[in-house]
Ligand binder design. Structure first.
Ligand SMILES: [Zn+2]
Length: 83
């Protein structure tokens, strides 16, 4: 499923970037965090953003693992490649 996620900020229709929000909202909140006005944990508790997921990294590992399994099960994988 490659459904495009949307920003969770009300009245914002930006495309999801990180922490459940779009890039603009992320940078806006990031500035507040950088200035020491709040923390990401506070923002999460306020429901303004989500926890960072390390899903991408895990997905990549799974993809690489599946790819290695695929190659090992398909010895002809490299045949026909013009190197
Ligand atoms: Zn947004």
């Amino acid at each position: 499923m490659t459904e495009t996620k949307r920003c969770m900020t009300p009245d914002c229709c930006g495309e999801h970037y990180s922490r459940g929000i779009c890039r603009r909202c992320y940078e806006r909140l990031n500035k507040r965090v950088m200035r020491g006005r709040t923390t990401w944990v506070d923002l999460i508790n306020e429901g303004l953003c989500k926890r960072v997921k390390s899903r991408l990294r895990r997905d990549n590992k799974v993809i690489i693992k599946e790819h290695i399994v695929y190659i090992s099960l398909n010895p002809d994988y490299f045949i026909g490649e013009n190197i």
